[in-house]
Design a protein around this ligand. Structure first.
Ligand code: XIL
Length: 316
């Protein structure tokens, strides 16, 4: 068979996708591709705090449980995404946080991590414990977590997650660390220190949201230096957007983006998985966030495979 997952298996790599639960329920073609082409899945949204705890103390596990069940039916692993982030917090929480004491915020974050990781214990391969904690200039992002808890929230989050599921691989995940520069250097130094302090971190996720206008990252070298710290690495949210309408020149650049990022993972022994952030242009998050851009996925808006898909197939 020439499915991406069967080709990846021959290389000892897991190939994944983010899954949109609405599409999975309503679109049979989408469901068939999700099951047939990928060997790991990530919840695009349903494990984020706003979905998991829409009102305080009321948990909404059902959508994420459905994804885990789908993965188990299809012999897929699950990347949990994500426990600590500044986005997609429930409204009750965003309203409450500013006036809370540090001790209360710490207790609440610990409870969130413990409850969520415990709910899924034994079912998650890799957890994105902390997502997007750095700015592009290498400083720590001025999130509500940093404001309330100081930088210690990062190490604490890993410790709390590890206590709840000692076997899950715990990842720090971010974007723009594919490129060598202040951000990847800062994350590199930070995770090196976490390791030196004995914090239970096992991996770094490189989101890999590329845009043809910025050129290709120095990804293999970046994956390798993090790997040399004794960490697993993964490409966790790959897509390659461009300005619409797509010209042949731009599509060639998109194909090069997919090919080179997959080659980088294949070339680095500890690169465990290559995950695309969705697989159909009609369902992509890109047009809603980057005005005038799109066509970032490996299948088109009718779920027909594009040259980007063939490139991944040929690279595996
Ligand atoms: C995006 C989802 O794709 C959208 O559906 C949602 O509206 C916003 O979040 N980095 C991440 C992902 O870590 O969680 C984001 O997912 C995309 C950027």
């Amino acid at each position: 068979s020439t499915s991406l997952r069967s080709l990846a298996a021959q290389s000892g790599l897991r190939i994944g996708t983010a899954v949109n639960m609405d599409a999975l329920a309503s679109d049979a073609a989408y469901k068939a591709i999700a099951a047939g082409q990928f060997s790991t899945v990530s919840p695009e949204n349903v494990m984020k705090w706003d979905t998991i705890e829409p009102t305080q103390g009321t948990y909404n596990w059902a959508p994420a449980d459905q994804l885990v069940a789908f993965a188990q039916q299809n012999g897929q692993l699950v990347r949990g995404h994500t426990l600590v982030w500044h986005n997609q917090l429930p409204a009750w929480l965003s309203q409450a946080l500013p006036s809370m004491s540090s001790a209360d915020v710490a207790a609440l974050l610990k409870k969130h991590i413990t409850d969520e990781v415990t709910h899924f214990t034994g079912k998650i391969w890799q957890w994105d414990v902390v997502n997007e904690a750095f700015n592009d200039d290498g400083t720590l992002r001025d999130s509500i977590w940093l404001q309330k808890l100081g930088p210690a929230y990062i190490a604490d989050a890993f410790r709390w997650a590890h206590a709840a599921d000692p076997k899950a691989l715990l990842f720090y995940n971010d974007y723009n660390i594919e490129y060598t520069g202040p951000k990847s250097n800062a994350v590199y130094s930070y995770v090196q220190q976490l390791k030196a302090q004995g914090v239970p971190i096992q991996g770094v996720g490189f989101q890999t949201h590329l845009d043809t206008q910025y050129g290709l990252p120095d990804l293999q070298n970046n994956l390798q230096r993090f790997s040399d710290l004794g960490l697993k690495v993964a490409e966790t949210e790959v897509d390659v957007r461009t300005t619409l309408p797509v010209t042949p020149v731009e599509q060639n650049a998109q194909v090069a983006g997919y090919t080179s990022t997959l080659q980088a993972c294949l070339a680095v022994r500890s690169c465990l998985s290559y995950t695309v952030w969705g697989f159909g242009d009609a369902y992509s998050w890109v047009p809603g966030v980057f005005a005038g851009e799109g066509a970032a996925d490996i299948y088109d808006a009718n779920l027909q495979p594009k040259a980007e898909y063939t490139a991944l197939q040929q690279t595996l």
